[in-house]
Write a protein that binds this ligand. Structure first.
Ligand SMILES: Cc1cc2nc3c(=O)[nH]c(=O)nc-3n(C[C@H](O)[C@H](O)[C@H](O)COP(=O)(O)O)c2cc1C
Length: 404
């Protein structure tokens, strides 16, 4: 028996097997190590992953990206611990001001993978009460030359029940790695718009850190009319009442997401409605996509119907932040969104009056490591800003030459 075993260990076949196992093991370890390093390398995305994704039709690429986040095939970026970046807004703690805008994870499938990518908050939705398919395809278009997207998804949604089921599997509010917002929409064929939002508040109130009443998507007929004074007054008081009557102690803040295409009178009306004590909304998200088309757009897809996002939306959205900050006298926190693709872009939104910033289209062109880059660049800019303020207070800077 002993002789048999020792012969087995010294046999050629056995040595070859061990050799092969070692080869596969070492090769696998090296490949795994290489991919892990690459996963945190922006070049890997710029030169390989993003060009491959952009070979796919935009909606397919979107679905692949959501699946990658769902199955954790995304780079892990630890949320930066930095006093400069951390803030308490809406009575919630945000480790950094950078979050993911609504419309990427419409059905709450990939929240943990998205937290892992380095967002300090993720907004899922828009979710409609009943499942609905949205508009016919194709309904998403890349405007490559303009670093933009036009979409007319039209609230394709798995509906409240399915999305709630997924979100209730996550740790409860206050025990998550980052903040979770739920963006509420309405069904295309619903006859009572207000009721759709009330249902959303009741369903997701217990699981969301904050809720968003989305009255600004351009792809659902009649939705944006809810931004007008009288309709808005009714809607806001109904959703605030629904939130206040949620059972238990968890009553999430309610935010309103508005369009960038509002007239001056619309903006004044919105500010006056939401500042009323009985209708007190907790925050604004500024802004959704635009239905306007700047004349300088170059891409052939610029004439597609739908909402335009990305670079061409940036200054319009930032101006809307400035206007709403002024009209609400800084009393209501604003989340600035539209065309953010760098720390400088995020910084401009903050200077315009935003407390937090969201990103979407930037990710489509720059890949998942953009979150890390924006956060680092923003921290540097905030540090310079803080030094300038200190110098100014010490009399080193001439106030007339510095904004601070
Ligand atoms: C493909 C796509 C789908 C979107 N879907 C939604 C949505 O369901 N609900 C919503 O409130 N905003 C939606 N948005 C708007 C974004 O949340 C964001 O407000 C807008 O795109 C501006 O930001 P960005 O320029 O960084 O993309 C969508 C945007 C895109 C590009």
């Amino acid at each position: 028996m002993v002789v048999g075993v020792s012969r087995l260990f010294t046999s050629k076949v056995f040595r070859k097997k061990i050799h092969d196992i070692l080869k596969v093991g070492i090769g696998g370890t090296l490949a795994f190590g290489g991919i892990s390093i690459y996963f945190k390398n922006e070049k890997f995305y710029d030169s390989l992953v993003m060009p491959m994704l952009h070979k796919l039709e935009p909606e397919t690429a979107h679905n692949v990206a959501v699946m990658a986040a769902k199955y954790n095939l995304v780079p892990e970026v630890n949320l930066k611990e930095s006093e400069l970046l951390e803030s308490r807004v809406l009575n919630l703690l945000f480790k950094t001001p950078i979050g993911l805008a609504a419309g990427f994870d419409k059905n709450g499938e990939a929240v943990e993978g998205l937290f892992k990518m380095g967002f300090s908050f993720v907004e899922v939705g828009s979710v409609t009460p009943l499942p609905q398919p949205g508009n016919p395809k194709p309904r998403v278009f890349r405007l490559k030359e303009d670093l933009a997207i036009i979409n007319r998804y039209g609230f394709n949604s798995d509906g409240h029940e399915a999305v709630y089921e997924r979100l209730s599997q996550l740790p409860p509010p206050g025990h998550r790695k980052a903040v979770l917002g739920v963006n509420l929409g309405k069904n295309k064929n619903s006859v009572d718009h207000v009721q759709d939002f009330i249902l959303g508040v009741k369903k997701f109130g217990p699981v969301a850190d904050y809720l968003v009443i989305n009255i600004s998507s351009p792809n659902t007929p009649g939705l944006r009319n809810l931004q007008h004074r009288e309709e808005l007054g009714k809607l806001v008081s109904a959703v605030v009442t629904a939130r206040d009557s949620l059972s238990g102690t968890h009553k999430p803040p309610l935010l309103l997401k508005i369009a960038p295409d509002l007239s001056d009178d619309d903006k004044k009306d919105i500010a006056s409605v939401i500042l009323k004590n009985e209708n007190r909304i907790d925050g604004l998200i500024v802004s959704n996509t635009t239905v306007t088309r700047p004349l300088w757009l170059e891409s052939a897809e610029r004439q597609e119907v739908g909402g335009l996002s990305g670079q061409p939306l940036k200054s319009l959205a930032t101006h809307t932040v400035t206007d709403m900050y002024r009209l609400t006298r800084g009393l209501i926190p604003i989340i600035g969104v539209g065309g953010v693709a760098s720390g400088q872009d995020a910084y401009e939104k903050i200077c315009a009056g935003a407390s937090l910033v969201q990103v979407y289209t930037g990710l489509v062109y720059h890949g998942p490591l953009l979150v890390h880059r924006i956060t680092n660049e923003l921290e540097d800019l905030l540090r310079v800003g803080a030094v300038l303020v200190r110098l100014m207070h010490q009399g080193w800077c001439h106030t007339s030459t510095h904004k601070f």
